[in-house]
Design a protein around this ligand. Structure first.
Ligand SMILES: [Zn+2]
Length: 239
């Protein structure tokens, strides 16, 4: 079995297709950078993403970020959005920024509207919210992005039952190589399908005590999916 208590960051590269997972710790933070020679994307900008990017790649690369992909609105996946958006304006970013997220994701929309209210007059760049309500592929900076629905839930207000959360995984395909990121999900057919034969699959194993859950996958389930890809990382493992 793959080592599960990996030390972050996790890094994978094929030619100029590069991914760095700064962290993926349940209830704390996720933060992922994807680059090619032409593209600079961020996936799930959780708390600390700006600190990690600043330390690792610096302002010149941060300014190149054109697209942010959000798997779902839980705080450990979007907690760094406000500071990142603000810093881009401090740097006087000029080109537009797209934020892709599952339609119905109220957290990111709330952050966006509050952010616009505070900074609209002085913001140096445009932000385009891009809610995704289907699984159609699209292209950005020579990368094909295939969003796919996954099956993530959260506790209801009664603290006992659960309800579905708008949530997506993303497959990034570049130069006939592919990275599949499942976000947070219980075991689901769409992730099984998209992870298979990917060059890299990033699969969450967030079920507490490794017991079957309707919110997250066990290490066994995640490993089973990961093994169908050419390489894989298990992430979001409780520490
Ligand atoms: Zn979540």
């Amino acid at each position: 079995m793959k080592t599960i208590n990996q030390k972050y960051p996790l890094i994978w590269r094929k030619d100029d297709f590069f991914i760095k997972i700064y962290s993926s710790i349940p209830n704390i933070s996720t933060g992922i950078l994807i680059t090619t020679d032409k593209a600079t994307f961020i996936v799930d900008p959780g708390d600390g993403i700006l600190r990690d990017l600043n330390k690792d790649v610096g302002a010149v690369t941060i300014l190149k970020v054109s697209d942010i992909f959000i798997s779902h609105g839980h705080h450990d996946h979007i907690g760094g959005v406000w500071s990142l958006l603000t810093y881009l304006s401090v740097l006087r970013k000029k080109s537009a920024l797209n934020i892709y997220y599952p339609k119905g994701g109220k957290e990111i929309e709330s952050i966006y509207h509050a952010f616009q209210k505070v900074y609209r007059k002085e913001l140096s760049y445009q932000i385009h919210l891009q809610p995704l309500d289907n699984e159609k592929s699209f292209r950005r900076e020579s990368i094909t992005i295939k969003p796919f629905r996954v099956n993530h839930r959260e506790l209801s207000s009664d603290g006992i039952s659960t309800e579905p959360v708008p949530s997506l995984g993303y497959k990034f395909i570049y130069d006939s190589k592919s990275i599949c990121y499942g976000g947070d999900t219980a075991y689901c057919g769409s992730l099984v399908k998209h992870a298979k034969d990917s060059d890299l699959a990033i699969v969450e194993a967030g079920a507490k005590n490794n017991t079957v859950s309707e919110l997250h996958m066990t290490i066994e389930q995640a490993t089973q999916i990961g093994k169908t890809a050419k390489d894989y990382f298990l992430v979001h493992v409780p520490e």
